[in-house]
Design a binder for this molecule. Sequence first.
Ligand code: OFO
Length: 178
Amino acid sequence: MISAKMTEAVNRQINNEMYSAYLYMAMSAHSSSMGLNGFASWFMVQYHEEMFHAMKQYNYVLDQGAEVHLQTIKEPPKSFASAKDMFEKTLEHEHFVTKSINEIADLALQEKDHATYQFMQWYVNEQIEEEKNDNEILQMLKLAGESGPGLFMIDQQLGARALTVQSDFSKGILPTAP
Ligand code: OFO
């Protein structure tokens, strides 16, 4: 069983993950409208990753015998200035997510809640990977340029990203291979 304060914190994080999914879905739509189909596909893969993050937390709350409390998801921006702008906003958002994950891990330590502390370590590691990927893409955009052949090349590369997480939750969260 987790505390009421921890239940509230994880529920808030479910909302953060759902907003992340919504934000990347908005970026995917915007990329499509700009003809950047590789970017659109990359952001749609990211959308699925965020839904997976949210569903893992949803499952965790239920497994702990606590209540899931779904909250309003705020509206993401409608449009973005450029491909670089989308990745700057992505990185900025992921910094916020990292901070909020660290706060839950801090709370778990304070409460001597080892189960939640251990559960959150998966997210701590995931954030390192996400920030690294976003930084690398931003670097590419700065080096190869934000238009013409440079942008086309990055679009092709981003389009190759494959989905590696579960996206069908009709049977709950399936155990991942060891
Ligand atoms: Fe983009 O990260 Fe979730 O947790």
